[in-house]
Design a protein around this ligand. Sequence first.
Ligand SMILES: [Zn+2]
Length: 419
Amino acid sequence: MVARRALNVALLEIHHRDAGSRARTGVLHLAHGDVRTPAFVPLATKGTVKGLEPREVAALGYDMVLGNTFHLFLAPGHERVAEQGGLHEFMRWSSPIITDSGGFQVFSMGHGTVADEIKGRRADPGGPQERAGAILAIEEEGVRFRSYIDGGERFLAPETSMEVQAALGSDIALAFDECTPFHVSRDYTEASTERTHRWLERCVRWHADHRPPGQVLYSISQGGVYEDLRRASTRVIAGSAAPGVAIGGSLGADKPQMYEVVGWATDELEQVAPAKPRHLLGIGDIDDLVRGVELGIDTFDCAMPTRLGRHGMAIVPDPERRWRVDLTKGRWKDAQEPILDGCPCPACSQGFTRAYLHYLFSIRELTALRLVTLHNLAYIARLMADLRAAIATGTLAQLAAEIRAGAAPGVVAPVAPVA
Ligand SMILES: [Zn+2]
């Protein structure tokens, strides 16, 4: 592994700030290369962006992917991945990787079917996925749970999570946290958030003692939807030795509340740790990405574009229909248009019609999953590139208004820079 980040270069180099919001654009310098921010990070949950090759993901314009600590811990096991040279080598992805801590998945089992509820969403047509198993006990030391693979009892603690992420060799490791869902009480949220802070200190200590080469640690803000708890948690975790921060846990019951909660967190970060890079966990709808960028988020990850793609849902510039079209619906069986006119993605640029894709989905052809996944990821990549360019040219407000009104990224007339 080549540690490309020189010690005298900031982890996040901020190039431009938007005058009308907290948005900023720059470069995140990591051991396996640079990430242009703000950036969306596709999920490579089990060591692959489902259906795609790494070179395809890179060609779409992605600088980083997210690997899943929980799933890779259970199978094939972090020791096996380490023996294969680490996750980059194993999956043949040479650019940066961020790994989550496993907290989200392990607590999703224990708190019921909350994976979507945590983010204030109903289940997508594709979900819920990869659920099962059960939490046996949440203790100060860590969490005991039953593996969804073999039913065996397993244990994850802050130190285990750090050890697994070090073995995977990710560029960014996330601290182990309890991800509280929306329905738990304020008292539970408060006690859990305090335990997450104690777990963060254990993660920081483990990381300082073992110094995984080329890896930086991000802390995670909890506190649910309670303003005082969320702001206090953000201050605590931003003040830790971890050089980056993430925003996790319950962000609310709906989008306005989610934006409010994220806004509290980035407001605190502006005051106490303006230079630290910020990751927003599990958020990726088109309008959420635009608002998240305005709120000052640097990186996002979400299952949405890839999971939707596998279930026949293509992203389109249609705010009234949540920016998606369901290609499995019979109304497309004779449609001669591509998913999106003018879209440069591999699916649209080759002229595959909605009728063809509808047909492929009806017979469960793998090609359909691949093509719509490619389209969805290409769409998000263009959106993020447009947002970065707009911040740099002082035109973010204009672009954001156009996107919210139904403009497609990358295929609309470029906005004129401000003189
Ligand atoms: Zn396309």
